[in-house]
Structures are given as C-alpha cells and as structure tokens.
Design a protein around this ligand. Structure first.
Ligand SMILES: Cc1cc2nc3c(=O)[nH]c(=O)nc-3n(C[C@H](O)[C@H](O)[C@H](O)COP(=O)(O)O)c2cc1C
Length: 325
C-alpha cells in the first residue's frame, strides 16, 4: 500500500504534493517532467479574466468601429480559451496524475460555459482563482464574499467535476465562507493564493515588484486557518498554499488538517528535484512516527479539542513580550 496516498476534492493523489498553478505549468511537456519528478497532481497556469478583458478593452479604445471591435473581442476570447483547452488535452495525453484546470475570475458570466468546456477537454477538476481586493467606497458589506458564492453556484450548475476555490488571505472570516462554499457545491479550498507584491524603488521613484517567491515565513497564516477551518467545517478538503518549502512544511500542513499542499516557490528555487527530496523527507517522518497512512495523523493538531483552539486563535504577542523586555 502507498503510505503517502491522500484524497483531495474527490481525487485520489499518490502523494499530497501538488504542483500549484504558475508559469511552470503552462506547457504540457513541463507538466510531464513535473509528473516524472514525483508530483501528486498538477494545477495548470490560470487562464486570466483580467488579461482577456484588458486586451479587448485596448481594442475598444483603439477602434471606432464597434462591430469590428466586437468581432476581435470574441476572437481574442475564443483564441485564449481554445489555446487553454489544448493545454488541458495535451497535458492529459502525457500525464496520468490528476490535472486541474485553473481560471482567474471575478464574475461568473461566461466562465460557467468555459468550465463545461474544460471538463469536456478532460480536466479532472477546476480550480477557481478568485483572489482580488475590494477597494470601493461604495462597497456593500459582504459583497466580496457573495461574489465567491455566486461564481461557484453558477459554475456548479454547469459541471459535475470537482470545484476547488483558491482564496486570498483578505477574507474576514474564512470559516463562514468555506462553510458557505461547501453549501453551494465546492469540493475543496486552497488557503491561500499569494498576491503580487508591490514595492517602490526610492532612488528612482519607480514602482517595482517585491519578493515574487515565498519563504518558510509564509506558512504561518495558511497553517493557522487550515487548523481553524478543518476543525469547524467538515467534508471540505483543504490544500495549503504558501510557504511550504520542505518535508517539515508538508507534515505541518497535514497535521493542521490539510489533505494536500500546493507548491510553486520551492520548485522555482530548487527545480523539479525538490519533489523527490521532499517526498523522501515526508516518508522518513512517517516511518519515524510509525504512521502507515496520512489519514492516521491528518488534522491531529487542528483547532478541535480543548487546548488547541486557544493556540490557533492567538493573534497578540502579549505573553511573548511579557517575558522578553
Ligand atoms: C511566478 C508565479 C506565478 C503564479 N501564477 C499563478 C497563477 O497563474 N494562478 C494561481 O492561482 N496562482 C499563481 N501563483 C500562486 C501559486 O500558485 C501559489 O499559490 C503561491 O505562490 C503560494 O505558494 P508558494 O509559497 O509555494 O509559492 C503564482 C506564483 C508564482 C510565484
């Protein structure tokens, strides 16, 4: 029996390490190399609503002929979508591990139709990358969370395959939202997506990009929320994304209640060899602690029980500073 097998969003994975959506998963040949390196599943690079909208907005500005703009609008959309469907088909042809399509969307609209096409193209599941920030002064309280529910509800009506929702960290109460997502038909959540990091070059007064890749420090918040959500909402799988850089990070995620981890930065930094090395670390830890299956220890340190909730709910450093003046 494979001691690293896990279930995530209704899929059986040979191990819990998923290659998360990023530039590395935008080509079928790369995805085959990722499978050969040991990944348990692959999330394809997201198809971005923003990119399609921007390209078509640019067209609308640069032409007076609304009819031709409409035509090009449709063309760009269908071209981007058909390229993406081809990526799904090519990756499925080369890989035997689960292949998860990913779309970045801020509204349901025609994405529901596209989700159906992704399912028909052979994707094993769909990850909805909904992360964005709410900034309007006219904001209606709760509408950001409602947008997540509307998107899932409309896509669920069109497809049967598993739906995974990748959340940003800017949700005021992830427990409530995950519970609601479950009720509208999502099968799993990813905690959390990593936002683009804006920075400023103070010598040249220019906008720059901050750290693209995470470090181990990024694991603390996904770990906290996985521990809290997994204790409160049952029947909803969780994958941790953010700050998993070694076997210990994977073990922590599983102990907190995750079923899997989705990793990008560690692969960018270390190459595909990282999978084998990290899987060995995970296996050695299980053997040392005499666990024969992930299910035996998954969630063992989450926020259920009597003592654990206090630990995971702590937000202030009061005690720490009281002893370190
Ligand atoms: C270069 C780069 C590109 C990414 N592109 C996407 C993307 O297209 N869609 C998405 O959902 N997440 C994307 N992500 C986020 C990752 O999938 C992942 O959730 C995040 O980086 C946190 O995991 P990590 O700490 O292992 O990097 C990207 C991350 C990086 C570093």
């Amino acid at each position: 029996m494979n001691i690293l097998e896990t279930k995530f969003a209704g899929l059986t994975l040979k191990n819990p390490i998923i290659m998360s959506s990023c530039g590395r998963t935008a080509k079928a040949a790369n995805n085959k190399a990722i499978e050969d390196a040991g990944a348990g599943a692959i999330v394809l690079k997201s198809l971005f609503e923003e990119n399609i909208t921007r390209e078509t907005e640019h067209l609308n500005q640069s032409t007076d002929h609304s009819e031709s703009a409409d035509y090009m609008h449709g063309y760009i959309r269908s071209h981007a979508m058909s390229e993406y469907l081809q990526l799904i088909k090519d990756t499925k042809r080369l890989c035997s591990i689960p292949v998860i399509a990913s779309i970045n969307c801020h509204s349901a609209g025609e994405w529901a139709q596209f989700a159906r096409m992704a399912e028909d193209a052979g994707a094993d599941a769909l990850e909805l990358n909904i992360m964005s920030i709410a900034t309007s002064k006219d904001y209606v309280n709760g509408s950001f969370e409602q947008m997540h529910l509307d998107i899932v509800r409309s896509i669920r009506n069109m497809v049967k395959f598993p739906l995974i929702v990748k959340l940003g960290q800017n949700i005021s109460n992830p427990v409530w939202l995950v519970d609601q997502l479950k009720s509208v038909g999502a099968n799993a959540v990813v905690l959390f997506n990593r936002p683009y990091q804006p920075d400023v070059d103070i010598d040249n007064m220019q906008f720059t990009v901050g750290q693209v890749f995470s470090s181990e420090n990024g694991l603390a918040e996904p770990l906290r929320w996985t521990a809290i959500v997994s204790a409160a909402v049952h029947g909803m799988d969780i994958a941790i994304s953010g700050g998993v850089h070694d076997g210990a990070g994977v073990v922590k995620a599983l102990l907190a209640g995750a079923s899997a981890v989705e990793v990008s930065s560690a692969i960018y930094k270390n190459g595909n060899e990282w999978f084998r090395h990290t899987l060995n670390e995970l296996e050695q830890w299980q053997e040392k602690h005499q666990y024969k299956a992930i299910a035996e220890y998954k969630g063992k340190m989450n926020a259920s029980g009597t003592e654990n909730p206090d630990f995971w709910l702590r937000t202030q450093f009061l005690k720490y500073f009281a002893t370190r003046e």
